[in-house]
Design a protein around this ligand. Structure first.
Ligand SMILES: [Mg+2]
Length: 440
């Protein structure tokens, strides 16, 4: 079934036409510069256009609904002369004192239009020049855009936090909406995952002498299996494990997992321990998608990856590192180092020297352009320690997560993982449900 048409919900005064206090004369309707051209472009993208306006002047007795009809007929003619047709014009005739359900920011008009025109308000954009427009958008789960025309510039401080985007005018909203409307290319289903399993797990001592760290049992199942089930639940279809230490056990694990119904799983064995950088370079050869996700196989870090992919794609980066505030690192395993992050979110460097208990800790989760990784040297080296050299001049940044990070690299954390993930199937199911919930 085709997805329903997406709609742009437009405020009238100060957004599409010139703001005039209680406009009551059809002759005074004047399109804002560039507005008709912008609407034409939105139409060409296949978007529906609907106008919503508060007209308390009617409730106050300043003019009649008949007069309002004349005004809207005039507006329709002006737009038609520019080759633009609206799908509908909705208005609220009530005064604020009447406490109706249709005066913006109340959602009544959007609900009515969605019903009559058949669109999903959560998959629409609401544009306006006042807080009530953006609050309406928020209420119905839409994306919100503040224009600086009309009252917009003066209302901007009051719209912080409710405007997803702030633009000069309707024309400037077009590229924003074009990006919003473009389907995401980087989806989990179309993105390969590389899981790094090559570490020797020296900090675990005797625990990992016979069993590689990612295969230690948690809740009666190999830790790695929990990680793979989680990736599967997120929609990833192709997962490449990179191993070296005790590789035969990974071979057995993959056999069992495939037999158990986990499809799209592959194992590659490093010819020698290659470090994170060398291993990613090695794995990149086997990756088929133009962008891939890389994860440490010894951490429990259920950050939903779809959000990371969206940000990576939206910011047009070639490398994204996921970071967590030090307060979110469980069990005090501050062995991962910290990313140095600029105010603009760009990565400035990496520090392993002080095993930091403050700042942005490396979560061992990355989104990487495959061509970039294929250009890295194939010698053994650490990605983090050579960051500046590997990413010189490339667009990189961090994704700041709030999800707790649990590394099972020390005996203490291993015990903690057993406690936290012991009833694991339950936990995975619960998180999956949370991911599926509508965005807040
Ligand atoms: Mg307005």
């Amino acid at each position: 079934m085709m997805a329903p048409r997406r709609f742009v919900v437009l405020d009238r005064d100060g957004t599409v036409i010139l703001e005039r206090n209680y406009l009551s004369d059809p002759e005074q309707v004047e399109l804002l510069p560039g507005a008709a051209g912008a609407l034409r472009q939105l139409r060409r993208m296949g978007l529906g256009l609907v106008l919503m306006t508060n007209q308390s002047a009617i409730g106050r007795g300043f003019f009649t609904e008949q007069r309002l009809g004349d005004i809207h007929q005039r507006l329709t003619q002006l737009l038609a002369a520019e080759g633009v047709r609206l799908d509908g014009i909705y208005y609220c005739p009530h005064t604020p004192e009447e406490g109706c359900h249709c005066r913006k920011p109340q959602p009544g008009l959007v609900e009515q239009a969605a019903r009559e025109l058949g669109f999903d308000p959560r998959a629409s954009v609401v544009i306006g020049d006042k807080p009530c427009d953006l609050e309406l958008g928020r209420q119905v789960g839409a994306t919100t855009v503040l224009v600086h025309t009309g009252y917009g510039a003066q209302m901007a401080p009051r719209c912080q936090g409710i405007a997803d985007y702030v633009v000069d005018d309707l024309a400037a909203a077009v590229p924003v909406i074009r990006r919003w409307h473009r389907p995401a290319r980087l989806t989990p289903a179309a993105t390969d995952v590389v899981v790094l399993c090559g570490g020797r797990g020296t900090r675990l001592g005797a625990l990992s002498l016979k069993t590689p760290k990612p295969l230690l049992p948690i809740g009666g199942k190999p830790f790695l299996l929990h990680r793979l089930l989680r990736l599967k639940a997120e929609g990833f279809t192709r997962i490449i494990l990179v191993a070296h230490h005790l590789a035969d056990q990974f071979e057995a694990f993959v056999r069992d997992a495939v037999e158990g119904g986990i499809s799209g799983l592959e194992l590659i064995v490093e010819p020698a321990p290659l470090g994170t950088g060398g291993a990613l370079r090695y794995a990149a050869e086997r990756v088929r998608s133009s962008t891939f996700v890389a994860l440490n196989g010894d951490s429990w870090f259920p950050q939903p990856l779809a959000a990371v992919l969206r940000e990576h794609e939206g910011a047009r980066r070639r490398f994204t590192a996921v970071v967590v505030p030090a307060s979110q690192v469980q069990g005090g395993a501050f062995n991962k180092g910290t990313w140095e992050v600029g105010l603009d979110g760009a990565v400035k460097g990496f520090a392993t020297s002080q095993l930091a208990s403050a700042g942005w800790v490396n979560a061992g989760m990355y989104v990487i352009d495959r061509a970039l990784a294929c250009a890295w040297p194939s010698a053994p080296y650490s990605l983090e320690d050579n960051f500046t050299r590997l990413l010189a001049g490339k667009t990189s940044g961090v994704f700041c997560s709030k999800v707790p990070l649990l590394d099972i690299g020390t005996p203490q954390c291993y015990v903690l993982a057993e406690q936290l993930l012991g009833a694991s199937e339950h936990m995975i199911a619960l998180e999956h449900v949370q991911d599926a919930a509508p965005r807040s």
